[in-house]
Ligand binder design. Structure first.
Ligand code: UDP
Length: 399
């Protein structure tokens, strides 16, 4: 098939963990590389990284990343015109458009109308989740999401929960929605030796390492983790000598990072709890380095108030790291509680502190959880998931 992928919000090659670049970027790049491997031709249309930087990158088999300059983010009609012009100039016949996030959906509606080809959308996240879990309303986003739902021929949802949200909140038709969960790249995320990883990353060999990976955003619930660690050190003062919490994510070299309200809030909390000794912001890390961090850690915690899926949990599990996650959103589907990881009640720092304490004091159980997690993660391979996406395309496309 010839596939026109729209990734208007951000280029899938943007370094992740900084500002808004996260799971969606990783999803798009893994999906397109796997579609390319399956023999499909994929063009990903995205915005230029900086002005006058229009270029086409052709790294992986059958995949092109086409950067187009269309002015400011938000000027999506202009971007759609640019894409149309490019398609006309190169005389390409696409079978299907696949849009990522509602903004790309808006671009894609315009192109779909011109080219008369079917549109599949993956939303990645929905306004309704932010509204419910962070209390932030964005009326125009919701209106636009509804429009994209209406105009899409098919929608790929990551979980059953997302499907329910799409139907209940946006009136999506049941028959239009296909559930295909994201995958993890097992060629990159597999267990490495713990001591080797710690030596490589210059991490202490004798401390318990608790890891967080993600964008520094209120939805990630970092304050719940800090509160839980604060409680442990209050109850067991000697504990603070025994552990390190590493917070991966954010551009720590940039002054703006430290001015961000969420970062300020978390730092205040760390100071208040006298935890500066043991909780560190270590900045975003390249995706390729993360397997070493997951392998070096004793536990990876994702305390999010909401996750549409939670790729970080899946990556940690694929590396054999024991995981603790809040029981929310997509994470509910990834972990089998007590077998391949542990849940705690969403936003409940008391329960998180108990689970942390329990796992850190039962090394056998910790190892067992990590081992089972590897097996569980094998249910989510991009090789297989991309084939499921192709099946959805084929319901609509001409080939
Ligand atoms: N990530 C990364 N480097 C970082 C922080 C995050 O490569 O410093 C990646 C992480 O490995 C994961 C993605 O960003 O693949 C975050 O995805 P997730 O679904 O956990 O969260 P989202 O960003 O979608 O909220």
């Amino acid at each position: 098939m010839n596939i026109c992928m729209i990734s208007y919000w951000s280029c899938p090659l943007t370094p992740t963990g900084v500002l808004t670049a996260g799971g969606m970027n990783i999803y798009v790049i893994n999906l397109v590389n796997n579609l390319g491997k399956l023999g499909h031709n994929v063009d990903v249309y995205t915005r230029v990284h900086s002005q006058k930087d229009e270029k086409i990158l052709t790294g992986n088999k059958n995949v092109r990343i086409i950067h187009l300059d269309s002015g400011k983010l938000g000027n999506y009609k202009q971007f759609a015109l640019k894409v149309e012009k490019f398609i006309k100039k190169e005389d390409i016949n696409y079978d299907i458009i696949h849009a990522h996030y509602y903004f790309s959906g808006l671009v894609a509606i315009q192109i779909k109308n011109k080219l008369k080809i079917p549109l599949i959308t993956t939303f990645h996240s929905l306004e309704i989740a932010k509204e419910v879990y962070v209390g932030k309303k964005n009326k125009s986003r919701k209106k636009n999401e509804r429009k994209v739902v209406e105009k899409s021929d098919g929608i790929i949802a990551s979980t059953e929960l997302e499907k329910v949200d799409l139907i209940k909140t946006y009136g999506a038709y049941n028959h239009k929605i296909f559930i295909v969960s994201p995958g993890v790249n097992h060629h990159l995320f597999f267990p490495r030796n713990k001591i080797f990883s710690r030596l490589k990353l210059k991490l202490p060999l004798k401390k318990e390492i608790i890891l967080f990976v993600g964008r520094i955003d209120p939805i990630k619930g970092l304050s719940v983790l800090i509160e839980a660690i604060g409680k442990l050190t209050r109850l067991y003062p000697s504990f603070s000598k025994k552990f390190r919490v590493l917070l991966i994510g954010g551009d720590i070299e940039n002054r703006k990072f430290w001015e961000n309200s969420e970062v300020k809030k978390i730092r205040r909390l760390i100071k208040e709890k006298e935890l500066e000794c043991c909780i560190h912001f270590i900045g975003s890390k390249p995706h390729s380095k993360l397997p070493y961090y997951y392998s070096a850690a004793d536990i990876t915690v994702l305390p999010s108030l909401y996750e549409s899926f939670g790729l970080v949990i899946l990556e940690a599990m694929a590396c054999g790291c024991a995981v603790i996650a809040s029981k929310t959103g997509g994470m509910k589907y990834i972990i089998r509680d007590g077998e391949s990881g542990r849940f705690f009640r969403n936003n409940d720092m008391e329960e998180l502190s108990l689970v942390l304490w329990e796992l850190l004091h039962d090394k056998k159980y910790l190892l067992e959880l990590g081992k089972n997690a590897i097996g569980e993660s094998l249910n989510y391979c991009w090789d297989k998931q991309s084939q499921k996406v192709v099946k959805v395309y084929k319901k609509f496309g001409s080939n």
